[in-house]
Design a protein around this ligand. Structure first.
Ligand code: NAP
Length: 323
C-alpha cells in the first residue's frame, strides 16, 4: 500500500510545486502555513524571469508554465504550538509530512516532527532538495548544518522515519550562483569551473517526489534517500549554454576556492554566504548527487531510473532565456 494523505509545510517556491504535483496524482493534500491565505502560485508567478526576481529579491521565481492555479485545503499553523499542530495532523489523518520550509523554518521542523510523531504520522520528508547533506557536520554553511540536524538528530531520536530527496542545484538558481545579472555580464566562477554539478528544474523535482511518494509501497520509502538529477554539467558548460540561450557573450571571473570558502564560513548572517559556500563546494567536486560525505565516494548511482517515464528538462530547456 502507498501513501495517500500529505501535509506540506511552507507554501513557498518548492512547497507550491510539491502541492501541485501531489494534487496531480489525486492525493489528499493539506498546506500548512503561518499566513492566513498563502497563495501557492504566488512565488512562481511573481516575476517573468528568474533573473529579474534575483535582481529584486535575491530569490529566483519558478517556471510560469507550472504556475497553474490550484484549489487546496489550507491550515493556519503556529510552529510554536505543538499541541495544536499534533491535533491538526491527527484530525486530518496525515500520513506524511513534507517540509518545504526555509530560513527560520529549518528550526521549526523540530516542532513539526515532534507533533507529527505524536499524531501518528508515518513519514517525514525534511526540507532538502539540494546537494547531499548526509554526514555534513563540519565545514558547512549554517543552512546545511540546520538541514543535516533534522534527519541526523531530531528524526532519529524521535524514531520517525524520513525520506530525503537530493537533486543538486535547481536550474532556476544558476544565475544566483554565477552572480548574474550584472553590468558587465561577467559570471563569477569559483575555481576552474571544470567540476560537474547536478542540476534539476524545480517542477521536475516535485513531480518525481509526488510519483514515488504515492506509488512506492510504504516500506520502500522509510529512511530512504533519493538522488535525482535532470542534468549534470560543469560550471563552464552552464555559462556557455547560458550565453547561447541569452545571446550574450558572458565573460568569466574566476575566484580562488579556499579563500571563497573561508569567507563563506565566517559567522555572518548573510544569505550570500550560502551561495558562496555552494559555489566553493561545486569547485571541490562535491556538487553532484552522487557525493556521499560519509564514505567520500563521488560515484553513487542516481535514482532516475526508478521512474523510467520521468523526463526532466535538460539544461538547455531549464535555464532562463534572458538576463
Ligand atoms: N537546490 C536548490 O537550488 C535550492 C534553491 C533554493 C532553495 N532550496 C531548498 O528548498 C527548500 C525550500 O526553499 P524555497 O526556496 O522553496 O523556500 P521559500 O520559497 O522561501 O519558502 C519557504 C517557506 O518556509 C516558510 N518559512 C519561512 N520562514 C519561516 C519561519 N521562520 N518559520 C516557519 N516557516 C517559515 C514560509 O512558509 P509560510 O509563510 O507559508 O509559513 C515560506 O513560504 C529549502 O530547503 C531550500 O534550501 C534549494
Amino acid at each position: 500500500m502507498s501513501f495517500r494523505s500529505f501535509a506540506v509545510a511552507g507554501a513557498g517556491g518548492m512547497g507550491g510545486e510539491i502541492v501541485r504535483a501531489l494534487l496531480g496524482t489525486g492525493a489528499s493534500v493539506l498546506v500548512l502555513s503561518r499566513s492566513p491565505s498563502p497563495d501557492v502560485t504566488a512565488n512562481a508567478q511573481s516575476t517573468a524571469s528568474a533573473m529579474e526576481a534575483l535582481a529584486r529579491s535575491g530569490r529566483p521565481a519558478g517556471d510560469l508554465d507550472h504556475a497553474a492555479a490550484v484549489d487546496v485545503k489550507r491550515a493556519l499553523v503556529d510552529y510554536t504550538d505543538e499541541d495544536a499542530l499534533a491535533q491538526l495532523l491527527q484530525d486530518e489523518r496525515i500520513e506524511v509530512i513534507i517540509s518545504a520550509l526555509r530560513g527560520g523554518g529549518f528550526l521549526a521542523q523540530d516542532a513539526l516532527a515532534r507533533a507529527g510523531k505524536r499524531a501518528g504520522v508515518q513519514l517525514f520528508v525534511p526540507s532538502e532538495y539540494g546537494v547531499p547533506t548526509i554526514g555534513r557536520t563540519t565545514g558547512t554553511s549554517v543552512a546545511i548544518h540546520l538541514k543535516t540536524r533534522i534527519h541526523q538528530d531530531t528524526l532519529k531520536t524521535l524514531q520517525l522515519p524520513f525520506c530525503i530527496f537530493f537533486n543538486g542545484l535547481w536550474m532556476e538558481y544558476w544565475a544566483l550562483i554565477l552572480g548574474l545579472p550584472n553590468e558587465t555580464n561577467t559570471a563569477i566562477v569559483v575555481g576552474d569551473g571544470e567540476m560537474p554539478v547536478s542540476t534539476t528544474a524545480r517542477p521536475d523535482v516535485a513531480k518525481f517526489m509526488a510519483h514515488v511518494l504515492t506509488t512506492l509501497p510504504k516500506d520502500q520509502l522509510l529512511n530512504r534517500v533519493f538522488r535525482i538529477e535532470g542534468d549534470r554539467r560543469t560550471v563552464n558548460e552552464v555559462v556557455s549554454v547560458l550565453s547561447k540561450l541569452t545571446g550574450i557573450d558572458i565573460q568569466k571571473r574566476h575566484l580562488d576556492v579556499e579563500s571563497t570558502k573561508a569567507t563563506a564560513l565566517l559567522p555572518q548572517n548573510d544569505p550570500a554566504q550560502y551561495v558562496q559556500w555552494l559555489a566553493a563546494e561545486f569547485a571541490q567536486g562535491t556538487g553532484t548527487v552522487s557525493f556521499d560525505a560519509v564514505t567520500g565516494r563521488r560515484d553513487l548511482p542516481t535514482d532516475n531510473a526508478l521512474w523510467p517515464q520521468w523526463n526532466p528538462v535538460r539544461l538547455e530547456e531549464g535555464l532562463p532565456k534572458k538576463l
